[in-house]
Design a protein around this ligand. Structure first.
Ligand code: NAD
Length: 589
C-alpha cells in the first residue's frame, strides 16, 4: 500500500528560501541545491509507508519516528514504544561500534547502518570523522575488499564487465537514480597497496563516495560507485569458488580500451557533460593513459595522481611559513617515481612555474626522483617509462638514496615508493646535516610501509624535522616538546574539489583548479597549528575546509570559463556551505 510522504519544513531550522538558487522548487534543507535538477525535483517524494518505509534506507528513521508520524505512516506497532532522537541513536550506535575490537566488524556495522538508515550513517560519519574515517576507508576498506565476496549482501554500485560490452548505456539506465553528479570508477587492478583484487575492488568506489558526501557535501543519491570488470590476474581469486567477478585473466590493449571508451561515451550520453568521473586505483600503466586521454573531452579526475599531488602541495605551501622562502627556493627529492611521486612532482613544478613565471621545464629542474634503479638522470632516458622522462636531469648516475641526498642536498624529502624503512638513519641524518628544518614526508601506506616513523624523524634530527606521513602517526614527545605529525590524507582535497566542480557545473578539470584546492587547504592552517609543528589543519573541521576548497575551485572554474552554472554566486564560500548535504532527519507530514 503506497502513500505519499510529504517532506515538511522543520520549524525554526528552516533555511531562508530567498537564498535558494535557481528559483524553482524550494528545498529548505539545502541538499538538492547542489544539483541543477532542482528545477524538476518534485516537492513531494513518493515512498512506501508502513513496513516498507522502515526498510527504505533513504527515509527510515527507526525509533526516531514521532508518535504522529507513526500514526500517519502506518508504523504504529511496528516499532517499540520508545521515541529516540537522532542524537540518542547516534550515541547508542557509536557505543556499539566502539565495542567491536576487530576493525572489519566496525566496517560491517557501518555498512549495515548505511543499508538501513542513510541519514544516521552520514550523521555518525560527519560527527566522528577522525574516528570513523579509518573504518569506512583506508586501512579497513582494504581488508573489506579482500573479503568483499563474503561481506556484502546487497549491491552497492554498478558492475560493468566485458559481458556488458555493447550494452553499457542500458546498464547505466538500470541504476535507480537519474541525476548523478559524481562517479567513482575502478577496474580493481591496484587496490590500495594490495594489488589486483578484480571485481572485489568495489569497496573502494563505495567508500570514496561515502566521503564525497560526508566530507564534501555531495548528495548521496548523486553518487554512483562503478567497478569495471575485465578479469583479474590474481590467481587466488580465480581459484576461489566464491569469487564474484569474471573468471578470466585481465583483458588488455584494444579490448580493454574499447570497453573504457564505450563506458566513457555512455556516461556522457546518459548524464551529460557535468558528471565528474573519478578514476580510482587503476594500475599506473592505465591510470596515466586514461587521464591523458579523457581530460580534454570529459570531466575526469584521478585521485591517486592529482588528489595526492594537491594534498601534498598544500602541505608544502603551508610549511613555507616554518621553512621560509618560496617553493622555488627549495630542492625536492623523491623516493619512488610512480603515480603519486610523478603526480606530486608535476604539480610542484606547475606551482613554481605559475608563481615565478619560469618555464615549466626550468621549474622541473628543482625536483629530483629516485626509483628502484637509482637517481633518474638523462643517461637513463631511453629506458624510462614516459611519465618519468621529464625528470631525467643532467647528473652522473647514482644508485642509492643516500648518495642522492648527499649529492642533491634537498630541503624536502618525499617518500612515495611503497617500501617501508627506506629513510634510514643515515639518510635522515644527512638531511639534518645541511637543513636547519628538514621537511620529511613519508607518504607510503600502510603504516608498516612508511619510509620512516614520526619518532625516527624527530629523534634522528633532534626535533628539527617537520614530518608528515600518508598513514597517521600519534603525537610524539621529544625532550619536553610535543610534535603533532601531519597526515597528507587525500580526504582533505577530493571531496571539496569534487564539490567545487559540482556547484559550479564545471565541465573540465584544469590543473589550476588543483593549485586552487591546495592553496585553500594551506590557508586553513593557523598559527596555533604551526606552533605544534602541524602543516595540515585537523580533520575535525573538514566540512568547513571542504567548503573553502570548493569555493576556490569553483572560483577558478568561473575564471577559466569552464563553469556552466550561472550566474556566478557572489559569495562562493557561503554558497558552497548552503549547498552541502546535511544528514539531519526530516519531519514527515
Ligand atoms: P606506484 O606503484 O605507481 O609507484 C611506486 C614507485 O616506487 C614505482 O615507480 C616503483 O618503481 C618505485 N619503487 C619501488 N620500490 C622502490 C625502491 N626500493 N626504491 C625506490 N623506488 C622504488 O604507486 P603509487 O600510487 O605512486 O603509490 C606509492 C606509495 O605512495 C604507496 O605506498 C601509496 O600508499 C602512497 N600514497 C600516499 C598518498 C598520501 O599520502 N596521500 C597518496 C597516494 C599514494
Amino acid at each position: 500500500m503506497a502513500s505519499t510522504l510529504k517532506q515538511m519544513k522543520e520549524g525554526e531550522s528552516v533555511v531562508d528560501h530567498s537564498s535558494a538558487v535557481g528559483g524553482g522548487v524550494d528545498d529548505v534543507y539545502g541538499e538538492d541545491r547542489a544539483s541543477e535538477d532542482q528545477l524538476i525535483t518534485p516537492w513531494t517524494v513518493s515512498v512506501a509507508s508502513g513496513y516498507t518505509l522502515l526498510r527504505d534506507p533513504h527515509h527510515n528513521k527507526g525509533l526516531a519516528f514521532t508518535q504522529r508520524e507513526r500514526d500517519s505512516h502506518y508504523l504504529r506497532g511496528l516499532l517499540p514504544p520508545a521515541v529516540a532522537t537522532q542524537e540518542l541513536q547516534e550515541k547508542k550506535l557509536m557505543q556499539n561500534i566502539r565495542s567491536y575490537e576487530v576493525p572489519l566488524h566496525r566496517y560491517v556495522a557501518m555498512m549495515e547502518l548505511e543499508e538501513r538508515n542513510e541519514r544516521l550513517f552520514y550523521k555518525l560519519l560527519i560527527d566522528n570523522v577522525e574516528e570513523l574515517l579509518p573504518v569506512v576507508y583506508t586501512p579497513t576498506v582494504g581488508e573489506a575488499c579482500q573479503k568483499y565476496g563474503s561481506i556484502f549482501k546487497r549491491p552497492q554500485g554498478l558492475y560493468i564487465s566485458l559481458k556488458e560490452k555493447g550494452k553499457i548505456l542500458e546498464v547505466l539506465r538500470n541504476w535507480p537514480e537519474r541525476n548523478i553528479q559524481v562517479i567513482v570508477v575502478t577496474d580493481g587492478e591496484r587496490i590500495l597497496g594490495l594489488g589486483d583484487l578484480g571485481c572485489q575492488g568495489m569497496g573502494i568506489p563505495v567508500g570514496k563516495l561515502a566521503l564525497y558526501t560526508a566530507l564534501g557535501g555531495v548528495r548521496p543519491s548523486a553518487c554512483l560507485p562503478i567497478t569495471i570488470d575485465v578479469g583479474t590476474n590474481n590467481q587466488k581469486l580465480l581459484d576461489d569458488e566464491f569469487y564474484i567477478g569474471l573468471r578470466q585473466k585481465r583483458a588488455t590493449g584494444k579490448e580493454y580500451y574499447d570497453l573504457l571508451e564505450e563506458f566513457m561515451s555512455a556516461v556522457k550520453q546518459n548524464y551529460g557533460e557535468k558528471v565528474l568521473v573519478q578514476f580510482e586505483d587503476f594500475a599506473n600503466h592505465n591510470a596515466f593513459e586514461l587521464l591523458a586521454k579523457y581530460r580534454t573531452s570529459h570531466l575526469v579526475f584521478n585521485d591517486d595522481i592529482q588528489g595526492t599531488a594537491s594534498v601534498v602541495l598544500a602541505g608544502l605551501v603551508a610549511s613555507l611559513k616554518l621553512l621560509g622562502g618560496s617553493l622555488a627556493d627549495h630542492t625536492f627529492l623523491f623516493l619512488g617515481a610512480g603515480e603519486a611521486g610523478t603526480g606530486i612532482a608535476e604539480l610542484i613544478a606547475l606551482e613554481i612555474s605559475t608563481k615565478t613565471y619560469i618555464p615549466i621545464d626550468e621549474a622541473r629542474k628543482k625536483i629530483w626522483l629516485v626509483d628502484s634503479k637509482g637517481l633518474i638522470v638523462s643517461s637513463r632516458k631511453e629506458t624510462l617509462q614516459h611519465f618519468k622522462k621529464p625528470w631525467a636531469h643532467e647528473h652522473e648516475p647514482l644508485s642509492t638514496l643516500l648518495d642522492a641526498v648527499k649529492a642533491i642536498k634537498p630541503s624536502v624529502l618525499i617518500g612515495t615508493s611503497g617500501v617501508g624503512q627506506t629513510f634510514t638513519q643515515d639518510v635522515v641524518e644527512a638531511m639534518a646535516a645541511f637543513n636547519e628544518r628538514p621537511l620529511i614526508m613519508a607518504l607510503s601506506n600502510p603504516t608498516s610501509q612508511a619510509e620512516c616513523t614520526a619518532e625516527q624523524a624527530y629523534t634522528w634530527t633532534q626535533g628539527r624535522a617537520i614530518f608528515s606521513s600518508g598513514s597517521p602517526f600519534d603525537p610524539y614527545e621529544y625532550k619536553g616538546n610535543l610534535f603533532i605529525p601531519g597526515q597528507a590524507n587525500n580526504a582533505y582535497i577530493f571531496p571539496g574539489l569534487g564539490f567545487g566542480l559540482v556547484i559550479s557545473g564545471a565541465i573540465r578539470v584544469h590543473d589550476e583548479m588543483l593549485l586552487a584546492a591546495s592553496e585553500a587547504l594551506a590557508n586553513q592552517v593557523t598559527q596555533e597549528h604551526y606552533d605544534k609543528g602541524m602543516i595540515y589543519p585537523p580533520l575535525t573541521n573538514i566540512r568547513k575546509i571542504s567548503a573553502h576548497i570548493a569555493a576556490n575551485v569553483a572560483a577558478k572554474a568561473y575564471d577559466l570559463g569552464l563553469a556552466t552554472r550561472l550566474p556566478r554566486p557572489a559569495d562562493l564560500v557561503k554558497y558552497a556551505e548552503s549547498c552541502m548535504y546535511t544528514p539531519n532527519y526530516r519531519s514527515y507530514r
